[in-house]
Design a protein around this ligand. Structure first.
Ligand SMILES: Cc1cc2nc3c(=O)[nH]c(=O)nc-3n(C[C@H](O)[C@H](O)[C@H](O)COP(=O)(O)OP(=O)(O)OC[C@H]3O[C@@H](n4cnc5c(N)ncnc54)[C@H](O)[C@@H]3O)c2cc1C
Length: 472
C-alpha cells in the first residue's frame, strides 16, 4: 500500500481481511493523509489538519463493511447559514423544520429533498459505491423512489447550482442556503454538476446528520489502524515510495502525476498521456484558531450546528467560487467553518474552544487570506477577533508540503465536473485498474472522488482481490 489516507487504509484493511499480508508505506511521519489531528496552535487544542466534518464518513458503505469502531459525535443540527439580518437558516434533521425557515420556498425545498432523504439507504450505494454502480442497486433505487422522482432528481443533480436555485426558489434565503452546500463541489456554481453536491449534502444532513469523530478526524484513522494492526499489518512512516514495489498487489493512494513518477517509464505511453491530461481544481487556504470562548454568533441557530457556511447570498457565494477559478481572489470569500468544541469537550481545555475554517483560492495561490476569512467570521459574529489566542494558517503550498496528494491545495483530488466525475482519472471501463498487472489506483482521483469515505480504497482492493482469485 503506497500512502495511508483513508482510501489507502480502507484498501489495506480490505486486503488484510481477505488474509493477505499487508505493508503500508507513508511519506509523512504520521499516518492518515487528509484525516489527521494535531495541536496546531497551543497545547491542549486539537485541530483537524485537513478534513473535519464527515457526512460522507458516516454514510460510507466502506466504513460500515469494515466494521470500524468510531465514536461519532452528532451535533443537534448539521449546518447553519447566517445572513446579514442576524438570522440563520439551519439544516435540521427534520425536512419540515428546515423547510419552515424558508418562507414561501419551504414547499419547493421539502419536495426537492424529502423523498431523497427517505430513500437514502438506496441512494448511498449508487452515489458512494464503486463505479459503475451495480444494475441491481439502480433498479432498487428506481423502485423505491418511483421513476418520476428519480428522473427529476437525477436531472437536477446533474445541473448547475445557480440554475437549480433560481428555478426552484424565489427568495435569497433558500438560494443562499442551497448555494452554500453546492460550493463544497469546488466548482463555479454555474458549472454542472454543482447542484448535485448541494442536493446530496443537504439530503445527507436530513438522513444521517453531519457528524464527526470525538477527539478529531484521526479517530477514523485510529480505528482503521487498530483493525490493520490486529491483522499483522506493518506500517512504515517517513517512508516515501519512489518506484512501484514488487508485490502480488500494489494499491496506490496517490494522484495521477505521482503514479506516472512511480511508474518510472513502465506505464504505456497512451496511459501516461491520459493521466497527464487529468485536471486539478482550485486550492484551499485553511485557518485553525485556539479561542478564549465560543464564537459569539449573532444568529442563535449558529450555536446548534458544527458547520457554519459564511457567504450570505447566492450571488456572493457564486462570485467567491468563480474567483477561485481565476487569478483574482478578490471579493469576500465563501468560508466553511467548523466548531467542534461546542459538541466535543476533548478538543480544547475547559472553557476554551477551537475553530477550523477554509476558503477556496486559485490553485497554488500565495495570497494570505487570513484577514479576509476573519472578516467574514466577524461579519456574522462581532467580537470574534478578540477571542483569538493563537492561529495556524496553511496556504496551498503548505498543505501540499504536508501531503503531496493536495496538488496546488486541491482537496478533492482533481476537478469533479461532469468530465471527471466518474471518468477519473481516465476514460476506461474500470478506473481503479492500471495497465500494469497487479497495480491499482485507489486515491480520490478515482470514483467516487474527494472526501473521507474510503470507498475508492474498498473498490480498488475488491477488484484486486477478484483479479488475484481471492474474491468471487
Ligand atoms: C483543508 C481540507 C479540508 C477538508 N475537509 C474535508 C471534510 O470536512 N470532510 C471530508 O470528507 N473531506 C474533507 N477533505 C478531503 C479529504 O481529506 C480527502 O478527500 C481525503 O483525505 C482523500 O483520501 P485519500 O486516501 O484519497 O488521500 P489522502 O488522504 O490525501 O492521503 C494520501 C496519502 O498518501 C501519501 N503519499 C502520497 N504519495 C506517496 C508516496 N509516493 N509515498 C508514500 N506516501 C505517499 C500522502 O502523504 C498521504 O498521507 C478536506 C481536505 C482538505 C485539504
Amino acid at each position: 500500500m503506497i500512502g495511508s489516507g483513508p482510501n489507502g487504509l480502507a484498501g489495506a484493511l480490505t486486503l488484510a481481511r481477505a488474509g493477505l499480508r499487508v505493508e503500508v508505506y507513508e511519506e509523512q511521519a504520521t499516518l492518515g493523509g487528509g484525516a489527521r489531528t494535531a495541536e496546531l496552535t497551543l497545547p491542549g487544542f486539537r485541530h483537524d489538519t485537513c478534513s473535519a466534518i464527515h457526512p460522507l464518513g458516516r454514510a460510507s458503505p466502506a466504513f460500515r463493511a469494515l466494521e470500524l469502531d468510531v465514536d461519532w459525535v452528532e451535533p443537534p443540527a448539521a449546518v447553519a447559514h447566517p445572513f446579514d439580518d442576524g438570522t440563520a437558516v439551519v439544516l435540521e434533521r427534520s425536512v419540515e423544520a428546515t423547510a419552515s425557515q424558508l418562507g414561501s420556498d419551504g414547499h419547493a425545498y421539502a419536495r426537492l429533498v424529502g423523498p431523497l432523504a427517505e430513500a437514502w439507504a438506496g441512494i448511498a450505494p449508487v452515489l458512494l459505491g464503486p463505479y459503475p454502480p451495480p444494475p441491481r442497486a439502480l433498479a432498487a433505487l428506481a423502485r423505491s423512489l418511483g421513476a418520476g422522482v428519480l428522473g427529476r432528481s437525477a436531472r437536477l443533480a446533474l445541473s448547475d447550482a445557480r440554475s437549480v436555485a433560481e428555478s426552484l426558489f424565489a427568495g435569497e434565503r433558500a438560494r443562499g442556503f442551497f448555494a452554500g452546500h453546492a460550493a463544497h463541489s469546488l466548482l463555479p456554481l454555474e458549472r454542472r454538476p454543482s447542484a448535485g453536491f448541494g442536493l446530496s449534502l443537504a439530503v445527507l444532513g436530513h438522513a444521517l446528520g453531519w457528524g464527526f469523530p470525538r477527539g478529531g478526524s484521526a479517530g477514523i484513522v485510529e480505528a482503521l489502524v487498530e483493525e490493520l494492526s490486529r491483522r499483522g499489518c506493518v506500517f512504515h512512516t517517513s517512508a516515501r515510495v519512489d518506484a512501484l514495489p514488487a508485490a502480488d498487489i500494489v494499491l496506490a493512494d496517490v494522484m495521477p502525476r505521482e503514479l506516472v513518477r512511480l511508474g518510472g517509464g513502465r506505464l504505456p505511453a497512451r496511459y501516461v498521456a491520459a493521466l497527464s491530461r487529468y485536471r486539478h481544481g482550485p486550492g484551499a487556504f485553511k485557518l485553525d484558531w485556539a479561542l478564549d470562548g465560543a464564537i459569539p454568533w449573532r444568529a442563535e441557530g449558529c450555536r446548534r450546528a458544527a458547520t457554519v457556511h459564511l457567504g450570505g447570498t447566492l450571488d456572493e457565494i457564486s462570485r467567491s467560487e468563480r474567483a477561485a477559478w481565476s487569478n483574482d481572489p478578490g471579493g469576500r470569500p465563501f468560508v466553511l467553518l467548523a466548531q467542534h468544541s461546542l459538541f466535543d469537550s476533548t478538543r480544547a481545555p475547559a472553557g476554551k474552544h477551537t475553530a477550523w475554517a477554509y476558503c477556496h483560492v486559485p490553485s497554488g495561490s500565495r495570497t494570505d487570506m487570513t484577514a479576509a476569512i476573519e472578516d467574514q467570521v466577524e461579519r456574522f459574529a462581532p467580537g470574534f477577533r478578540e477571542l483569538i489566542l493563537a492561529r495556524s494558517a496553511l496556504a496551498p503550498a503548505e498543505l501540499e508540503a504536508r501531503n503531496r496528494n493536495l496538488v496546488g491545495g486541491d482537496l478533492n483530488g482533481g476537478v469533479m465536473d461532469l468530465g471527471q466525475l466518474v471518468f477519473r482519472p481516465v476514460r476506461r471501463a474500470n478506473p481503479y485498474r492500471t495497465p500494469l498487472a497487479g497495480v491499482y489506483l485507489c486515491s480520490s482521483a478515482t470514483p467516487p472522488g474527494g472526501g473521507v469515505h474510503g470507498m475508492c480504497g474498498l473498490a480498488a482492493a475488491q477488484l484486486a482481490l477478484r483479479e488475484l482469485g481471492r474474491l468471487s
